[in-house]
Design a protein. Structure first.
Length: 424
């Protein structure tokens, strides 16, 4: 039975629209009444600018609540975010996208997309398998091709006086990098944007529609696995097909789930980080001019841009009823783990709400904390640095063509999805 057949067959059992304590999950509708008691990470105000909301919550209600999505919590202090991230005994990663549907406990211990949906002890082996492909040395080998591709993208745009840096530049860089690693045809890139949108942004859709979107991703992955079985090659897909965990080959669903994770985690995140960084530089000529004059500052600047515009928020499920951080949590409640809010906590960072482009000490949490800390961080940093280096070299002067035309993604990965820049 192929991954595709199994996904279709098991779909109903894989996701549940009821919490274990019987509350039915309704789609989130209507504007937020009070962010402390009714937060909604799909709200337009949150997508446009979550920072003021998070700063306000940190002051007056550091662990906010919502009844939406069947119930959930939102800590905004660094120390609370860190405490949850390090506590996999009380907070499970079985479902990491806060939506109407929690994946079923039957999927444990791997979860749908290992290792990000795996809890200990399974998590350790599932993560370890992937480490060799993402070491600093392995990623350094990909830098020349990434640089050449960034130039190729800008060459393709000719002498345009306006470029949508999100659509025509940022999104393509991680798409190409991860599809090369997985051994997918480069021309499939545009399909990936659809997969990413349905997994990460289609979170308020009815279950059947949501499963259609995820099913299309598994259908694609299944075809890639079949092709690699017929024609094995030196890439991450063939590696996963041959890999063993505890002396046994990986289940086909594990292979596909990990491939799906790499595709989604690899694209939306870095696309968002490149876009948010260019958006910042377009609006802050002082920082832009300094980086053009001092390119050696880029690695430091990249860390600060990641801190200030951390794109990724993850979710956890509360395992059992408990009192935590002064609030009464129920088993199967969501907890939204906002690394972006942690990164702007003034108790942790001086001048937390400013971009200090040469900030020297910067222990930010953009790549997460604890056992699930980002496995692709070397790749992400390389792509972000190279994308900015090439852009600044080719287009040292640019500004926002129309600030109102900029749009931001909704949900747990935040970055510009339209970013028209005026060149020169
Ligand atoms: C700027 C870009 C990126 C950011 C900000 C980012 C952020 C994160 C964060 C916050 C986590 C922790 C998840 C959790 O605690 O549940 C994570 C995990 C992960 N990331 Fe990234 N990521 C980025 C790029 C990438 C790339 C390019 C890849 C690889 C293609 C990748 C692969 C992964 C994987 C596999 C995990 C799961 C690790 C585990 O569960 O042990 N990420 N990422």
């Amino acid at each position: 039975m192929t991954v595709d057949d199994r996904f279709a067959g098991d779909a109903d059992e894989r996701f549940t629209d009821r919490t274990s304590h019987g509350r039915r999950n309704e789609p989130t509708i209507g504007p937020v009444t009070d962010w402390a008691t009714d937060f909604d990470h799909l709200d337009d105000a949150w997508a446009a600018d979550p920072y003021e909301i998070q700063d306000d919550l940190r002051q007056r209600c550091p662990v906010a609540h919502t009844d939406r999505f069947g119930g959930g919590w939102l800590p905004t202090r660094y120390e609370d975010v860190a405490a949850v991230a390090y506590d996999s005994d009380r907070f499970s990663s079985r479902s990491v996208v806060m939506s109407n549907f929690r994946s079923d406990v039957a999927l444990a211990p791997a979860g749908g997309t290992p290792p990000i949906t795996s809890d200990p002890p399974f998590h350790h082996g599932a993560r370890k398998l992937l480490l060799p492909a993402f070491t600093r040395t392995a990623i350094a080998a990909l830098e020349p091709a990434t640089r050449a591709y960034c130039h190729e993208l800008l060459d393709g745009l000719g002498g345009s006086s306006e470029i949508d840096a999100a659509v025509d530049y940022a999104q393509h860089i991680p798409m190409r990098a991860i599809s090369d690693m997985l051994g997918f045809p480069p021309e499939d890139g545009p399909e990936f944007a659809g997969f990413v949108a349905s997994v990460l942004e289609g979170i308020n859709l009815p279950l059947t529609e949501r499963l259609e979107g995820i099913g299309a991703l598994f259908h694609y992955l299944s075809a890639q696995i079949d092709d690699h079985l017929a024609h094995p090659r030196e890439d991450l897909t063939s590696y996963l097909i041959d890999a063993e965990l505890d002396g046994e080959k990986l289940d086909a669903f594990h292979v596909a789930g990990t491939m799906g994770l790499l595709l989604v985690a690899g694209i939306d995140t870095t696309w968002s980080a490149i876009g948010a960084s260019l958006w910042h530089l377009a609006g802050h000529p002082g920082d832009r001019e300094r980086l053009v004059a001092e390119p050696a500052l880029l690695p430091t600047a990249v860390e600060e841009l990641l801190r200030a515009y951390a794109p990724v928020t993850m979710a956890r499920l509360v395992r059992e009823d408990m009192t935590w951080g002064g609030v009464e949590m129920k088993g199967e409640d969501w907890l939204l783990l906002s690394f972006p809010a942690a990164n702007r906590d003034p108790a942790q960072f001086e001048r937390a709400d400013e971009v200090v482009i040469d900030r020297e000490v910067n222990r930010h949490a953009a790549f997460g904390l604890g056992i699930h800390r980002c496995l692709g961080s070397h790749l992400a940093r390389m792509e972000l640095r190279v994308a900015l280096e090439v852009w600044l070299e080719r287009h040292p002067t640019f500004s926002l063509a129309d600030p109102d035309a900029v749009t931001w993604s909704h949900g747990q990965v935040r970055g510009p999805r339209r970013l028209p820049l005026k060149i020169g």
